[in-house]
Design a protein around this ligand. Structure first.
Ligand code: AMP
Ligand code: MG
Length: 410
């Protein structure tokens, strides 16, 4: 049987991605947000620290602060005051004196070192130190975490939970971020039914818009879900026009493969400049991309694995550019494959794999098994893509392969 998929004229994956990236532009609108609402937004400003963190030398222990010179002269020092977190010692100590200090409390300028309370004996105001100490012991220096003026976060950075904590620690209450993208989702196909509804013979449950909506939510995108649109010219046209009016990007699934009986292609040809591509990738050969009147359009194939993989590898990358995000850096490893992999030259494969550590402590990858583009459960069990180059043939167990770890969007 001839394989249409390895026919000449397929668009290389890298070229499809580069074309797409060259045709999308970052949004420019920004807004100010309190840091507690800014998780997963893209920063639109560089953040330099307005202060040293920590702002003052402070104690890492509950114990006694002293000047090392005093301790070198005499093992017993006289207690003359105390420094608590939030209530620093106000006086000054002389040679031969020490002060009581608690974790996080400011180390007074007359002291340079701290001993923990377990290593002293206290007799009224006479504190005897049992061990020698080095200069600066148990003192956390001002600015040892972040220096005043240091660049901490950069424009284009997607704010993580830890970043929100860093901003709080700098005293920054509000940040400038890029607004959320609006993305419209359209699922096409007469056979599709919503979960919860009854299936007629020949029907299946619609899953693509659910996966995509969940992934877009992780990407901090506002999703406008048009649900299932029947294979009817006017219904499809109305949905695309409505989606284009409201969204920065419109994503449909289904109806982009050759010979499809629906009207997606006819409608899109009428509404915009859309390229119907055959990408040299597996899964996901049929793919449409282009511009509608106001928005960017991504037409994903209908098969659930194809829709998800093309979204993750292509559309998501373009959407992050539109969001103003710094380019995604996905983690790749070269590891031994424990299973044979079927592969015909001609397309770049994104097979699903499970990366694990074997008994010898070595990273290895195992195929999830059948790789059909409708088998969504193979993706659920996977934690990485095994990426096999276009011209590569089958892989024998024991050979090394390139894997891409799943990122936080999957
Ligand atoms: P199509 O690209 O429209 O020819 O669809 C290819 C395959 O994917 C068919 O088996 C469809 O039933 C299935 N499919 C299309 N859209 C969806 C969807 N939203 N959810 C689940 N399966 C779908
Ligand atoms: Mg269809």
């Amino acid at each position: 049987m001839s394989d249409c998929c390895s026919a000449p004229g397929l668009l290389p994956f890298e070229q499809a991605l580069a074309t797409m990236l060259s045709q999308v532009s970052p949004i420019t609108e920004t807004l100010n947000l309190p840091i507690e609402q800014a998780l997963h937004y893209i920063l639109a400003q560089d953040i330099a620290s307005p202060l040293d963190v920590p702002p003052h030398n402070n104690s890492a222990m509950d114990g006694y602060a002293f000047a090392l010179k005093s301790l070198q002269a005499n093992k017993t020092l006289t207690l003359v005051g105390r420094s608590m977190a939030g209530a620093p010692f106000q006086g000054t100590c002389q040679p031969g004196e020490c002060i009581r200090i608690m974790t996080g409390a400011k180390v007074p300028t007359c002291c340079d070192s701290v001993e923990m309370q377990e290593n002293v004996t206290a007799n009224d105001e006479q504190i005897t130190f049992l061990e020698e100490k080095a200069f600066g012991s148990n003192v956390r220096n001002a600015g040892e975490d972040i220096k005043c003026g240091q660049q901490v976060l950069f424009s284009g950075h997607r704010l993580t939970a830890v970043d929100i904590g860093i901003l709080a620690s700098l005293g920054v209450a509000e940040v400038v971020v890029y607004r959320q993208l609006k993305v419209a989702l359209i699922a096409t196909g007469d056979e599709l039914k919503l979960p919860g509804d009854a299936l007629r013979v020949g029907d299946i449950y619609e899953s693509n818009s659910f996966v995509l909506s969940a992934m877009l939510t992780k990407l901090n995108v506002e999703v406008i879900n048009f649900g299932i649109i029947e294979d009817d010219f006017n219904a499809i046209k109305a949905a695309f026009i409505g989606a284009d009016k409201q969204a920065d990007a419109v994503i449909s699934s289904g109806g982009v493969s050759v010979g499809d009986a629906d009207y997606t292609k006819t409608v899109l040809d009428e509404l915009g400049e859309i390229g119907f591509w055959k990408i040299a990738m597996k899964p996901g050969k049929p793919f449409a991309f282009g511009k509608l009147a106001n928005s960017i359009f991504f037409g994903l194939p209908g098969n659930p694995v194809s829709a998800l993989v093309t979204f993750h590898q292509l559309a998501l990358v373009a959407l992050t550019k539109m969001q103003n995000s710094a380019p995604l850096k996905r983690t790749h490893l070269t590891v031994k494959c424990t299973t044979d992999l079927r592969k015909a030259p001609g397309r770049m494969d994104f097979q699903r794999g499970i990366l694990s550590v074997n008994d010898e402590g070595e990273n290895v990858v195992t195929s999830t098994g059948a790789q059909g583009s409708g088998i969504l459960s193979s993706l659920a069990r996977a934690n990485c893509f095994i990426i096999l180059p276009k011209e590569q043939g089958r892989v024998a167990a024991g050979e090394k392969v390139n894997v891409q770890l799943f990122d936080s969007f999957l």
